[in-house]
Every structure is written in structure tokens, then in C-alpha cells.
Design a protein around this ligand. Sequence first.
Ligand SMILES: NC(=O)c1ccc[n+]([C@@H]2O[C@H](COP(=O)([O-])OP(=O)(O)OC[C@H]3O[C@@H](n4cnc5c(N)ncnc54)[C@H](O)[C@@H]3O)[C@@H](O)[C@H]2O)c1
Length: 484
Amino acid sequence: MAHLLSVSSSLSISSGSKSYSKPLTLFSLTSSSSIICPISKSPLKKTLSLRANNASQKHRALHVNSVSVGQETKVEPGSGSHETSNGAPARKKVMVIGGDGYCGWATALHLSNKNYEVAIVDNLVRRYFDHQLGLESLTPISSIHDRIRRWKSVTDKDIQLFVGDICDFEFLSEAFTSFKPDAVVHFGEQRSAPYSMIDRSRAVYTQHNNVIGTLNVLFAIKEFGEDCHLVKLGTMGEYGTPNIDIEEGFITITHNGRTDTLPYPKQASSFYHLSKVHDSHNIAFTCKAWGIRATDLNQGVVYGVRTDETAMHEELCNRFDYDGVFGTALNRFCVQAAVGHPLTVYGKGGQTRGYLDIRDTVQCVEIAIANPAQRGEFRVFNQFTEQFSVNELASLVTKAGEKLGIEVKTISVPNPRVELEEHYYNAKHTKLVELGLKPHLLSDSLIDSLLNFTVQYKDRVDTKQIMPSVSWRKIGVKPKTIAA
Ligand SMILES: NC(=O)c1ccc[n+]([C@@H]2O[C@H](COP(=O)([O-])OP(=O)(O)OC[C@H]3O[C@@H](n4cnc5c(N)ncnc54)[C@H](O)[C@@H]3O)[C@@H](O)[C@H]2O)c1
């Protein structure tokens, strides 16, 4: 696997030939704008001075949030401050693992804007996958260092940065003990089902990266911050498509006259989705065994790109994937329409899933942090706002295209996945709404603006990346190069 995954040597300044489970390097971008590499064994141990940021440190007013960790009352999000034991206001510290990615970057900025003290942990492997597969985000994205510097110059808010691999426990421990988070939001996984189905080495990598990374996070919480709240991104795909309603995490069953509330059955449909199921089991177990507090956010498919924060400056722009490996349904359809490519409906197109706007991803995470799980509680929220079939999405994009004068065609392509193409789907998603989520529903105007956005960037589209190239049935043991 090393040929595929020696991320450290490809991405770091020159850390030598470390195995993939070793950290890229541990950088902490502090408020004084210096990069520190505190791993004593690392040949990179040195302090690099960056040009001092011209934004001056200003005193920030802190809102006092009187609800402390573990309290059951619903807390309105909007302030990252809470009251410490001596009554002094303190900002809640949130570690965003995977904070350079699509959901993580938007969330890190949102939480920072809401006055949480934020640290990003990321090994930048997602950027490496792009290089590996010859892919590029529709939108140009700046380096994580430039993004953070720009955020500081626009808002005068600091975000700390730890560049490294959470599969490396030594790295993670140092990041934990240095930052001391009150909450960890864990987005830091290989998150593409097709990527996990390319070949054996990517399947093994996905499960190793995701399962071991999450296990390390659980051990770090137990060892260094047992009161810390884990907010873990799972996926609605863990449930599969059962012929009964999908509940939020648990189902009450009466069997042979006895009744119990049990974890809802999982029927994952790729090695990626299975890694999420394994994560959920490990988290549930450690909540019981060690008293960890955790929220598993079973997220639906995310669409959109702009949030209030990423729209503040072009250097803060988020990534937008449209290719057959990392692109998600609605985002892909908008790009396809923008470049005049027929919309690629897989098979019959009756596949129905939960969807949400990226602005709701950041809102949901904030709500989960503001209303933490109790010690020992394993809480599951289904994080999506509406459900659509693929055919419904295609018809919405077709209508939006008509309004913009774009003729949109749809084709059915052979389904590369193994999944039901027509099925019952009714998933509950009330818990986040009860805690205050105000959804951005997919109105006509929203889809128009998303399509307009993709039209703006259509010259950057590589149409060769549009068709699906990974087959669930043809996965083999030989390392595979995805043809560009
Ligand atoms: N995007 C969606 O539609 C969607 C839907 C449901 C669930 N999710 C979940 O949300 C999370 C974030 O998804 P995304 O779309 O932002 O993915 P992404 O690939 O854009 O971001 C993931 C980030 O995690 C980092 N990362 C991966 N492994 C790491 C490791 N071992 N150590 C440190 N950093 C690591 C990557 O470099 C990347 O920046 C994932 O867990 C994903 O499964 C996403």
C-alpha cells in the first residue's frame, strides 16, 4: 500500500520516507503566526517564522453562555463562550479534524466566526488523492496555510493548525495535549465510496484510515480529556435502504414477547460505508465502557459550496468536487448541466437519499456542540433536511437550466454500484430540528444560484472526469490507475 499512501513524503516539506501511518509533520500555527514543529523525534523539528500578520490582536468581547457541558436544556448556538467553574467566561475549544476538507473547512470557519476557539487537524491527504487521481476541485482552493492567514486578516480571528495523521497516536496526543479541546468534530476520514472500491489497497486504506483514526481519537479523549464531547461524522449510508422507516440510530423491537431498544440495523454498501459502521460500533462501545460522550451525525449527501464565511474572500473559497470519484449527486449534476454534458443518472434513477445544504452542515455541527451528549451517552442524529431520488434531482436541475437558457439532457448510464434502483425510503430527521436547526431547503432559487455558480467556473471543468470509472463488481486486488 505504501506506493499509494506514502502521503507524508509527497506532501511534507521533506520528512524522509516515513510510513503512511506516521505523521506528515506536526505544525501548530499559533496566534503569533509562527509554525512550530514540536515532535522531538522529527527531523523537521524547528521553528519557522512566518511573516507577521499585519492584523493586530484586538480584545474580543465574550458572551457568557450559562449552560455548562452535559446540561440537557436546549442551547441556542451562536456563542462559543461558556462559563468556567470560577465564573469567568471562556471560549469553548473545538478541534476540527479534517478541517481542510469540504465540510470541515466550512465548519471550522463557521465555529471560529461564532467565537469558538478552533484548531484544525488535517494531514492534507485529500489534496493528495486529487494529485493521485488527476482530479481538481471546480473552484480554485488556496493552501491551508494561506486560507488560515486570510481568515485572520479578514476577521482578526486565529485558527490553530496541526498538520498530521490521526492514525499516528503520538501526533494526535501532542495535538490534544497542546490544544485541550472541549469538543472534537471528526470529519477526518477517506470519504468516497467509489475511492474505497477502486482496488484492494484503497479498500484496505479506507478502513485502516477511518477505523484506526477514530479509535485513536477515542483513546485520546479517554487519556487526555475524558469530558471532551466527540461529534463524529457518520453517514446515512450506514443504514442502507431497508423496506421500513429509518429511525434515528435506534429502533424498539418486540421479539418473542420481549421488547428492547437496539441500534438500528446497518446495511452499508461499500467498504467506505462499512468503515463508518465499524466507527459507530467502536464509539458506542467506548461510551458504555469509558463514559465517553459522543454524537454520531449520520449525514446525508451535502450540496452547495458557499457559506457566510467562505464567501467573505476568494481565498476562503471551499472545494467543489464534480468528478466520478469524489463528486456528490446534486453538485455533479449542476456541473454537468453547466458544461452541456447530459446528467448521468445511474440505472433507473429511483435511488433515494437524504440531502442537505452545506450551510446546514455547519449549523448542525454547531447545534451538536452547543448541546453536548451526556457522559456515557451515544447519541445519533440523522443529519439531512430533505430526501430526493436521483431522477427528482435531475428534473430539478433540468428546470433550473431552462430558466438560465441551458438545454439540459439526461442519460441513464449503467450503474457502477450494487444498490437498489427503486425502493422505499423514509428516514426520520427530527432531533436536530428539535434542537433548533432552521433548514435551507432546496428551493428553485437555491438550485438556480448553485447552477449559476457552476456556470461561472465551467472553463475549469475537465469533462473526462465526469463519467463514473469505478465498478463495485470489478474491484480487484491489483493496484489500479484511474484513467484520466
Ligand atoms: N460530503 C458529503 O456529502 C458527506 C456526506 C455524508 C458524510 N460525510 C462525512 O463528512 C466527513 C467530511 O466529508 P468531506 O466531504 O468534507 O470530505 P473531504 O475529503 O473533503 O475532507 C476530509 C478531510 O479529512 C482529512 N483526513 C482524512 N484522513 C485523515 C487522517 N487520517 N488524519 C488527518 N486528516 C485526515 C483529509 O485530508 C480532508 O481534508 C467525512 O467523514 C464524510 O464521511 C460527508
